[in-house]
Ligand binder design. Structure first.
Ligand code: E4P
Length: 218
């Protein structure tokens, strides 16, 4: 199962119809495009029954980040729905993960802004349930995202850790396949990427020929 990386209600609706979506991931930049306050957008998304909804905490130090987590936690309680927490994984993120898990061990944490296996290793040990390596952004930095994902996966598997790699940041369809092939357990991508993965010109042409032939024989 995959995740959709958007806060666009129409795109989430369309994606949910496919049956391949386990949940929705957002970040502050994605939510900023919505032109509505954060909690109003979250209300709209939750009404769709999107599976797990991940929301990123915002803050410049651990106290601010933890305070934002508590806001999201209380919001989830008020909606009767657990909100998955995206925690930015700088060094500061390690303490944040510890505090969140102490407050509620059931809170599902997605460690985000992962650009290297180094970050992933400590984030996994800290207790992140998921890790989001940023595939396209890593490429833009001259890094090989697939080598890093493969190293993350080896570390997780060899130690029997339960962390799942939820690869993110995709600009090309083949990047999703390459990330999964390198060892990502799942991916989050915009709707446009899922369409690019399926609507290959050759496949669409073949389907059109079948339709024409089928119609011609009644
Ligand atoms: C998801 O966890 C990330 O925030 C997102 O995929 C980043 O994508 P971008 O590189 O397209 O902004």
């Amino acid at each position: 199962m995959m995740f959709i990386d958007t806060a666009n209600i129409n795109e989430i609706k369309e994606a949910l119809k496919t049956g391949i979506i386990k949940g929705v991931t957002t970040n502050p930049t994605i939510l900023r495009k919505g032109n509505k306050p954060r909690f109003n957008q979250l209300d709209d998304i939750l009404e769709l029954g999107p599976g797990m909804l991940f929301v990123q905490v915002v803050g410049r130090d651990t106290e601010e980040l933890y305070a934002d987590y508590l806001k999201l936690y209380d919001y989830g309680i008020s909606k009767g729905k657990a909100i998955g927490i995206k925690t930015p994984m700088s060094f500061m993120g390690l303490e944040l993960v510890r505090r969140i898990k102490e407050h509620d061990p059931e809170t599902v944490i997605l460690g985000t802004a992962i650009y290297s296996a180094d970050q992933a290793i400590l984030s996994s040990i800290a207790g992140c349930d998921y890790l989001a390596p940023y595939v396209n952004r890593m490429k833009n930095c001259g890094l090989n995202p697939y080598d890093e994902i493969s190293r993350m996966r080896s570390f997780i598997d060899e130690r029997g850790l339960t962390t799942k790699i939820l690869a993110a940041s995709f600009k090309e369809a083949s990047q999703v396949t390459d990330a999964l092939n390198a060892g990502a357990h799942t991916c989050t991508a915009p709707l446009s990427i899922f369409k690019l993965m399926m609507d290959k010109d050759a496949a669409l042409s073949a389907i059109e020929v079948f339709n024409c032939d089928g119609e011609s024989i009644g």
